[in-house]
Design a protein around this ligand. Structure first.
Ligand code: ADP
Length: 167
C-alpha cells in the first residue's frame, strides 16, 4: 500500500526524518509530499526544501521513498498519486487538536483516504522547524536537530535572510 507524508518541511528536522523512516518501513511506497501553500511564508523555496529532504535520505537506503512537490488539497493530491493513507506526526496534545481537525476535514472530503498518526520519539518531541530557525538565527547549535547534510545550508540561509532584513 502507498501512503504520503505531507508537510511544509521548512526545513526538514530529525523528527521529520524519523517519521519518514518509520512510515517507509510500514508502507510499500511513501511519497513525502511537500505541500506548497502560498499563504505560508517559508524560509526556503520548495525546490531547496525538496533537495534538503533528498540529501538527508540519501544515506538512509529508503528506496521506496519519493519526494514530491504538490499544491492544493492534500486529499486530492493523495488520490491523484495513488496514496491510500496520509501519515502525520504527533508530538504533544497541542498537535493533536490541530491534527484531529485536519484529519476529520480530510475524511469528510475523501472517505477512501485514512489518516494515520505516528507519535514522535521522546527525543524529538520538542523539535520543530520553527525552533530550528530560531536557534540558527541566534547562532545556536542545530547539529542535533537537523540531518547533518543540512546543518550548514540552514545556517547560511538564515544568516543571508537576516543580513537582508538588516539592510
Ligand atoms: P505542517 O505545516 O503541515 O504542519 P510540518 O513540516 O511542520 O508541516 O510538519 C509535518 C508533519 O510532521 C506534521 O504532522 C507534524 O506534526 C509532524 N512533525 C513535525 N515535527 C515533528 C517531530 N519533531 N517529530 C514527529 N513529527 C513531527
Amino acid at each position: 500500500m502507498k501512503a504520503c507524508y505531507p508537510g511544509t518541511f521548512d526545513p526538514i528536522t530529525l523528527g521529520h526524518l524519523d517519521i519518514i523512516e518509520r512510515a517507509a518501513a510500514i508502507f510499500d511506497e511513501l511519497d513525502v509530499l511537500l505541500m506548497v501553500n502560498p499563504r505560508k511564508k517559508c524560509l526556503f523555496d520548495a525546490e531547496t526544501r525538496k533537495k534538503m529532504i533528498e540529501v538527508s535520505l540519501a544515506s538512509k537506503g529508503c528506496s521506496n521513498v519519493n519526494v514530491i512537490i504538490g499544491e492544493g488539497l492534500t486529499v486530492d493530491f493523495a488520490a491523484k498519486t495513488g496514496s491510500k493513507a496520509i501519515v502525520r506526526g504527533i508530538r504533544a496534545v497541542t498537535d493533536y487538536e490541530y491534527e484531529l481537525q485536519q484529519a476529520t476535514a480530510n475524511l469528510m472530503l475523501d472517505s477512501d483516504i485514512e489518516t494515520m498518526f505516528l507519535i514522535a520519539k521522546p527525543e524529538y518531541s520538542f523539535l520543530s522547524s520553527s525552533v530550528v530557525k530560531e536557534i540558527a538565527l541566534n547562532d545556536g547549535d542545530i547539529s542535533k536537530m537537523v540531518p547533518k547534510e543540512v546543518v550548514q545550508p540552514v545556517m547560511d540561509a538564515i544568516h543571508e535572510r537576516y543580513d537582508l532584513l538588516k539592510g
